[in-house]
Design a protein around this ligand. Structure first.
Ligand code: C2O
Length: 541
């Protein structure tokens, strides 16, 4: 196994996009940021240098961080942010997982422009794929673009109490393509050869929107999602929520020509909030075809096509690998977690707020980030009163919400099952899609549905070949059931991957720790485990 080393300098970058000049913050002056490629078993080292004026952390979305939780990069959860002019080195092994993941800033809206692909190749090369070796691999990063500084967008969202304004465009590999009001916008283009199989590594790095993705004249065979292999699934449309990845094979057997690839918003929210109506486009061009050849446009599902989205999300099944232990059949810890948006009084410093401010919660707990110390650091050092271990197992029978840094303590190696339920918390607001992402673990996705979960749905559980994910798109007013084993000590964030909902509080944390019985020493007495703003590795016995 190799050590793969990168230096990411985060700083200002001048860019012209949508006919406007702006300065954005990027890693190494690139949008999307650099692609990281490792082989399963490698050690990844990333030196993060913060030349931006904003506190920063970088998260390796979907990487287990087995016993390296202090490298997870979740701002205020596993580390304090890297201050302007500061730097931090992330160092961890990537073991036991392969496929497409990604990395992104995990502090404020910076992830809109600070993100990139993290591709994990099988140990024995492409012959390790459980599908025919593709001719070439094509990363497709779907994103979202604002014409304004995204930190201002976020601050404004706070001041109005209504969250960030909608974005100005969707992007494919950093650029919006030619279907928007700015004539001559840059467009991503990839040249293909006739009669080959390409592996598309599709990542939804958009900030606040689930997406439909199609390529005109072509169909896909999905072979993986969230860096877990799936049984081959044939489809002409990919549906993908923020945080998720989909690996899909595409055969180039259409008549040689130019074909649009296109992405636009899927949004089933029952409350009429405007969203970005634009379509991002790119081009698949067959070799030898002239650039001026007209391109065919795919017909995308309508924005609220719940049926198409549900068919894709719910049809995938997992392809077990020899290392996969299978779904644990006994559950040690059952939870039901509801979540939604509610109305709160405007705070005195929300100077542009009128009437009410939005707030979000899980089981009526609106998550508050700690002020001075990260949760993991507080756990290691035994710092009192940073968080409370009283996140409820069941939704409390009350209206409203409480603001709290509430964590759920689960026993090391316990099997945890969570019913995730999108709920209407306020009669004045509807329900929305919420892609729920769990740090530190993959989970088995046992079942999903519209409406309310009830115990009779247990008959729908797939305990044979469920898909394995790190992010599940819970439909508006619908549910999903996940099961995972808490075999990774640390403080693990679970939150809505719509960035708009994170500062509103749609989050909770799993505290998974071992005590005397276990592999890791968490002893408060054996400090100093803590050096400077970050943690050092605990002792592994
Ligand atoms: Cu991809 Cu906590 O995030």
């Amino acid at each position: 196994a190799a050590v793969v080393e990168h230096t990411f300098k985060v700083g200002g970058t001048k860019i012209t996009q949508l006919c406007m000049n702006s300065v954005i913050y990027t890693a190494n002056q690139q949008l999307p940021g650099p692609t990281i490629e490792v082989t399963e078993g490698d050690t990844l080292v990333v030196h993060a240098v913060n030349d931006s004026p904003y506190p920063l952390s970088l998260h390796w979305h979907g990487v287990y961080q087995l016993r390296t939780g202090w490298n997870d990069g979740a701002n205020k959860i596993t580390q304090c942010p890297i201050q302007p002019s500061g730097n931090f080195t992330y160092r961890f092994n990537i073991t036991g997982q392969e496929g497409t993941l990604w990395w992104h800033a995990h502090s404020s809206l910076l992830r809109a422009t600070i993100y990139g692909a993290l591709i994990i190749k099988p140990r024995n090369g492409p012959s390790g794929y459980p599908f025919p070796e593709p001719y070439e691999e094509i990363p497709i990063l779907l994103g979202e673009w604002w014409n304004r500084n995204v930190d201002d967008v976020e601050n404004d969202g706070y001041l109005t109490g209504l969250g960030p304004q909608i974005s100005d465009a969707l992007t494919i590999n950093g650029v919006p393509g030619d279907q928007n009001r700015c004539k001559g916008s840059a467009m991503y283009e990839v040249e293909v050869e006739y009669g080959k199989t390409y592996l598309l590594r599709i990542i939804n790095a958009a900030v606040n929107v689930e997406l439909f993705f199609k390529v005109a004249g072509h169909t896909f065979t999905v072979v993986a999602a969230d860096a877990s292999y799936t049984k081959p699934y044939a489809t002409d449309v990919i549906v993908i929520a923020p945080g998720q990845t989909v690996d899909a094979l595409m055969n180039t057997t259409a008549s040689p020509g130019r074909y649009y690839m296109a992405a636009h918003v899927f949004d089933s929210k029952t409350v009429a909030v405007p969203f970005d109506q634009s379509t991002a486009t790119g081009i698949v061009k067959y070799k030898g075809v002239p650039d001026y050849a007209p391109a065919a446009m795919p017909s995308l599902p309508s924005h609220d096509d719940v049926v198409t989205a549900g068919r894709f999300y719910w049809s995938l099944t997992g392809l077990a690998r020899p290392s996969d232990p299978g779904v644990p059949t006994t559950v040690d810890h059952n939870m039901v977690v509801t979540f939604g948006l509610d109305q709160a009084p405007c705070a005195p410093n929300q100077t542009k707020c009128s009437g009410f401010a939005l707030v979000a919660a899980m089981n009526r707990n609106s998550f508050q980030f700690p002020e001075k110390v990260s949760l993991l650091e507080a756990l290691y050092k035994g710092v009192p009163s940073v968080y409370s271990e009283d996140f409820p197992d069941l939704p409390p029978p009350v209206q409203g919400f409480r603001k709290a840094t509430a964590v759920k303590k689960v026993k090391y190696n316990d099997v945890v099952e969570v019913v995730l339920q999108s709920e209407q918390y306020s009669s004045a607001l509807g329900t929305e899609n919420h892609p729920i992402h769990l740090h530190g673990f993959d989970f088995y996705l046992l079942a999903q549905g519209l409406g309310r979960f009830n115990p009779s749905k247990k008959s729908k559980y797939n305990l044979v070949d469920p898909q394995v994910r790190n992010t599940v798109a819970v439909p508006a007013g619908g549910w999903a059931v996940i099961r995972f084993m808490a075999n990774n000590p640390g403080m693990w964030f679970m939150h809505c991957h719509l960035d708009a909902h994170l500062p509103l509080g749609l989050a909770m944390v799993f505290e998974s720790r071992t005590l005397s019985d276990a592999h890791i020493t968490w002893s408060k007495a054996s400090s100093p485990l803590f050096t400077g703003p970050h943690l050092v590795k605990p002792k592994v016995q």
